[in-house]
Write a protein that binds this ligand. Structure first.
Ligand code: ZN
Length: 321
């Protein structure tokens, strides 16, 4: 028998797929097979039923990887607008149950910044989600900074979500084990390395000196970085390097979510390193099911007040919900 906590539950890394967009992709970027596909393409009955079964009040919807990240520059803008417009209709049909992160046409960074603004101001979206590299380029490159400038101006977060690692990295790091353990390339380890590297590079790029109010979200309890922050910081403060505090930037400008990672030691590490105000609840549905996430949260070793912040209070504050 499930008992719902006293506070609302907002889950903020919950995916769907747009059938028009997935036509542009192949392999695991176009289909995950059977029940996962059924859930990804469902934006109604099945999704709401599974939310209701565990008391999730709101899903903040985001397109699954790679979203519009791998589209060519000449078509990315128009296709992305369609994706965001269709998602806005889904939210409008169920405004108390769904909110959204925009997809961005990163192949055209200036247009991506404009699309972020359109999505936030016209469609009521809560920020944007970016998935891994943009056509093979890391997103800390200066050409992508217009996106961060606009996010800071609009006071909305950019969520860095994993995508398939770079093909050469996959070949060199994982190929010999990928046959027996295909998921080592993805959630088992490859996603983590890719996304943590992207986050570290973003700090090194200096974008937070230029845009000190920029907010970045990371799923999966920060892709190991809360655990490693002290060591990265200490290493980068050894002599001969540009002065910079990795740890200050990471703890101030980054937010982490519980997506697909329901571990008390990992949670307590994040609380100690970043503070409870920087942790938000997420499931990573439908790659991960709702019940283990919500059931775990009920018994985490935190006060009811701190649990309420993670389950919805921090999302309400950050995403203005
Ligand atoms: Zn995810």
């Amino acid at each position: 028998m499930f008992t719902k906590p006293a506070c609302p539950i907002i889950a903020i890394e919950e995916h769907y797929w747009d059938p028009e967009l997935t036509k542009h992709y192949t392999g695991v970027e176009a289909s995950r097979g059977g029940d996962t596909d059924k859930r990804l393409f469902d934006l109604g009955e099945l999704r709401l039923k599974e939310m209701d079964e565990v008391g999730i009040d709101v899903q903040v919807l985001s397109h699954g990887a790679p979203a519009t990240q791998k589209l060519p520059a000449d078509s990315a803008v128009e296709i992305t607008r369609g994706v965001n417009d269709r998602l806005a209709k889904v939210c409008a049909a169920n405004p108390t149950r769904f909110a959204a992160f925009a997809a961005l046409p990163t192949a055209n960074p200036e247009a991506a910044a404009d699309e972020l603004e359109r999505a936030v101001t016209m469609l009521g979206f809560k920020g944007a989600m970016i998935h891994g590299m943009a056509n093979g380029e890391f997103l800390d490159l200066k050409k992508f900074w217009p996106i961060y400038a606009r996010a800071e101006k609009l006071d909305v977060p950019i969520y860095f979500h994993p995508s398939l690692p770079n093909a050469q990295v996959t070949e060199i790091y994982y190929q010999d084990y990928a046959k027996d353990f295909p998921l080592v390339v993805r959630p088992g380890w490859g996603y983590t390395v890719e996304t943590a590297t992207q986050a570290i590079r973003l700090v090194l790029s200096g974008v937070f000196e230029k845009h000190p109010k920029l907010k970045i979200m990371l799923g999966h309890f920060g892709e190991t970085l809360p655990f490693l922050s002290w060591r990265i910081d200490a290493s980068l403060k050894r002599p001969g390097q540009k002065p910079m505090s990795f740890r200050d930037i990471f703890s101030n400008n980054f937010y982490v979510t519980t997506s697909g990672f329901f571990s008390n030691p990992a949670l307590l590490c994040c609380v100690m390193e970043m503070g409870v105000d920087h942790i938000l609840f997420a499931v990573d549905w439908p790659f991960v099911m709702n019940p283990p996430a919500v059931n775990w949260m009920k018994d985490v070793p935190l006060s009811d007040g701190d649990k309420a912040k993670i389950l919805s209070g921090n999302a309400q504050r950050l995403l203005k919900m």
